[in-house]
Ligand binder design. Structure first.
Ligand code: G3P
Ligand code: CA
Length: 321
């Protein structure tokens, strides 16, 4: 655990303000425009999701396939249905699609009504984000990178081992092992990362919300998401299961936790960084509970709440003139 704290940038006591998908409440999700805006606002960490194209380019996308809620074709029309998987097309072909505008009139657009469109944004390569951070001299900013892979959709991505190896190589090539974390709901990828790159901190995601339940407490056998760990062997405690898996950071769905669960996890030496918290009352409650960080679509709002409490604020990185 001490090593993990040191690996977390020597800032184990500094609160971790994470811009979810670059700050989806403000800018088109997982685009360079969003990450640039988040660096301007000033966040500790850029949260993002990755997949891999047919020709092996690591790209930033929440979905394993083209999502009609955010993706437009070369003629500028939003897709009408779920598109091809990232894995089925080369990077150059993927670049024909526009990711800069949420589909008008969709429920998704209603949820993120303040999101500003940036036409022309593409699904970026992970390496392009690393370059952008370098160009901004954002030498402190961190990257919380989620492997978007599902044990229930084996054919839609690379298998866990090559997926994680490719991500580790990207992070190492960029010299960012001390500023990147690998997060996943699919703990198989975290177990592989811990073995192959112990210098990179892993983050254990969990959800116990309805159809998205990855934990499956009280059900026979282990959840396919938890790499063979069965939460029922740990008295139903996700935190204890994360600790048993060798994790040092737990990212639960914010509705799954209580103050007592936060305390219990922290007493095990875990950092607790809930996702994805957008409402001021929820952010306030979780700050009061002394979580170690928060993942939000509204990094500007969380930063303002932190400022009002006199908390240390992350550096801001405006565009260079
Ligand atoms: O970091 C956790 C959070 O991003 C998980 O949810 O679906 O937005 O990737 P999702
Ligand atoms: Ca994510």
């Amino acid at each position: 655990m001490i090593l993990a704290a040191a690996l977390l940038g020597g800032c184990a006591t500094q609160f971790d303000l994470q811009a979810h998908r670059g700050g989806r409440g403000l800018m088109p999700e997982n685009t360079l425009a969003a990450f640039a805006k988040a660096m301007e606002i000033g966040v500790t960490t850029l949260e993002l999701d990755v997949g891999i194209t047919q020709d092996g380019v690591m790209v930033i996308s929440h979905d394993r396939y083209l999502n009609p809620d955010v993706i437009r074709d070369a003629e500028g029309r939003h897709l009408t249905e779920r598109g091809a998987t990232l894995m089925s097309m080369p990077f150059a072909e993927l670049q024909r699609f526009d990711a800069g505008r949420i589909k008008p009139g969709s429920n998704y657009a209603k949820t993120f009504a303040q999101q500003q469109a940036v036409d022309g944004e593409r699904i970026p390569a992970l390496s392009a984000l690393f370059e952008l951070a370098k160009l901004r001299n954002a030498s402190d900013v961190r990257f919380n990178i989620e492997t978007k892979i599902s044990p229930n959709a084996a054919g839609e991505t690379l298998p866990p081992e090559p997926f994680v190896r490719a991500l580790i190589a990207e992070i190492r090539n960029a010299g960012l092992t001390a500023r990147a974390t690998i997060q996943s709901f699919d703990w198989r990828t975290l177990q592989i990362a811990q073995k192959e790159a112990p210098e990179i901190v892993t983050v254990y995601l969990s959800s116990q919300q309805g159809a998205g339940d990855t934990v499956q407490a009280g059900k026979p056998g282990a959840s396919p998401w938890l790499a063979g760990f069965d939460v029922d062997d740990y008295a139903g405690s996700v935190a204890r299961t994360v600790a048993a898996a060798g994790g040092s950071v737990w990212s639960p769905h914010y509705k799954d936790i209580t103050q007592a669960l936060v305390r219990d996890a922290q007493s095990l030496g875990l950092q607790v960084v809930p996702w994805t918290v957008n409402d001021e009352a929820d952010l306030t409650r979780l700050l009061d509970w002394k979580v170690d960080g928060l993942i939000t679509d509204y990094p500007d709002l969380l930063r303002a709440l932190m400022k009002a409490r006199g908390m240390v604020l992350p550096a801001q990185f405006p565009p260079k003139l």
